[in-house]
Design a binder for this molecule. Structure first.
Ligand code: PPE
Length: 418
């Protein structure tokens, strides 16, 4: 901790004032920076990872500087490890030990689907010189299967597989499988792997053959894997919301990489956003588009609520056409909540009553602060809660009118009837 503290405040604060008993330091900081004071501002920016998430919030955004005088504890994702600014410590491995609220533990299943047949998990390997490894030539999907009263059911699988076909088409990749065949692959995987709920990862890639950017003799390989995946942005994210930042990285611009394709290469940009956010102690980063308007999170679409109306950035703001985004728009209409697609200036985030993310992995996750500015009451807002509740009712099969969004898995393990 000391390393971080000294780095953050050292220029203005003699180290001897900055011991474990921080009273002196606290006064010192208070003197120098009221709300908006540079010391505080700098501290918060530099040491966000060291602040207890709620600390700055409870004290009001900039007044969060009062919190720095307290003994600053590392956030949960670091599980008490000291901070040296390494990515591994921000959410991966600390000296070989797994840490992090971000769900990283993937439990292998028995089988993975490859080009129409099932192979063992451990055999799903590719050659290091496959086209995809050098050039990022893959398109993929993320799809969830939920537990419902009628057994496991895949949520909007057809729409996801259609987007996979769209992504492949944009990149001139000849995906040989129809939506029905890909749906059958998921069905089969749930059964053979004995899953109740799971996350599917279909991947279409250019494989091993020629070397060179221009794909030549490189076969198109199609895989579908599945595993159990818990909460994307941490366990209490869905109820309490997450603290996020606006990224210094811009989202891929039109005419660079097409945002409507869910391509592996796009996630190099997403990684920069996500890594920067994690290192600074945020659960996620929001990227602005090339023009400076809000685009989306590294792995989620974003929604802003103000005065009872919902706004989400349009596809022209370099966003992925999220299936959950579409679900949210449909559900909002069902609930009679006005919703529009419109450009969102960055500052709209700060003055919103509510902000939330949507995505297959993130589901509907409230955002409670952006750049340490508290959003609304600083917890899940009422519209977010309503949509979340309806969303979970829908995916769990409790809303008959939306049953069409769920494809029950044939012959899967049925829940015990009581
Ligand atoms: N934007 C991006 C950039 C994105 O990656 C996703 C999904 C979305 C929006 C939401 O799309 P949809 O899932 O169709 O509602 N991100 C997937 C992968 C995340 C990952 O870390 O891997 C996901 O949520 O499955």
């Amino acid at each position: 901790m000391l390393v971080g503290r000294r780095r953050a405040v050292g220029k203005r604060l003699p180290p001897e004032d900055w011991g474990e008993k921080t009273g002196a330091a606290k006064d010192h900081l208070r003197e120098r920076g009221g709300p908006g004071g540079r010391v505080c501002g700098r501290w918060i920016a530099d040491s966000a990872g060291g602040l207890v998430a709620g600390e700055a919030r409870r004290r009001g955004s900039w007044d969060g500087c009062a919190a720095v005088g307290k003994r600053i504890r590392p956030m949960d994702w670091r599980r008490g490890e000291t901070r040296r600014g390494s990515l591994a410590e921000a959410g991966g491995e600390v000296r070989g030990r797994r840490v992090g609220g971000y769900n990283r533990s993937m439990k292998p299943t028995a089988k993975i689907w490859h080009n129409g047949r099932l192979i063992n998990w451990d055999d799903a390997k590719i050659h290091v010189l496959s086209h995809v490894t050098s050039y990022g030539s893959s398109v993929f999907e993320g799809i969830r299967c939920y537990v419902t009263k009628k057994g496991p059911a895949i949520f909007r699988g057809r729409e996801h597989m259609r987007r996979l076909q769209d992504s492949a088409k944009i990149y001139r990749m000849d995906l040989k499988y129809t939506v029905d065949e890909l749906m059958a692959a998921m069905d089969e995987l749930v059964r053979v792997n004995g899953m109740e709920s799971c996350y599917f990862r279909p991947i279409v890639m250019r494989g091993y053959g020629d070397v060179g950017v221009l794909p030549g003799n490189n076969p198109i390989e199609t895989y579908v894997a599945c595993w159990e995946w818990g909460k994307y942005l941490g366990e209490d994210a869905l109820a309490r919301g997450v603290d996020v930042c606006v990224s210094s990285w811009t989202r891929i611009a039109p005419n660079t990489l097409p945002a409507m394709a869910k391509a592996g290469a796009n996630y190099m940009n997403a990684q920069l956003i996500r890594m920067e956010a994690a290192l600074n102690g945020y659960a996620e980063g929001i990227a602005l588009d090339e023009a400076g308007y809000v685009s989306e999170g590294s792995g989620e679409n974003i929604f802003v609520v103000r005065d009872g109306k919902i706004v989400t950035p349009p596809l022209g703001a370099s966003v992925l056409p999220g299936i959950t985004r579409d679900t949210v728009m449909e559900l909002a209409r069902t609930l009679g909540i006005p919703i529009v697609e419109s450009l969102v200036p960055r500052e709209m985030l700060y003055i919103a009553d509510e902000v939330f993310f949507s995505g297959t992995a993130a589901e509907i996750t409230p955002v409670r602060s952006v750049d340490r500015i508290e959003i609304g009451s600083g917890s899940r807002g009422p519209i977010t809660e309503k949509l979340q509740k309806l969303f979970f009712d829908v995916v769990e099969g409790n809303v008959p009118e939306r049953a069409g969004w769920l494809t029950p898995v044939s012959g899967a393990r049925q829940p015990v009837q009581v």
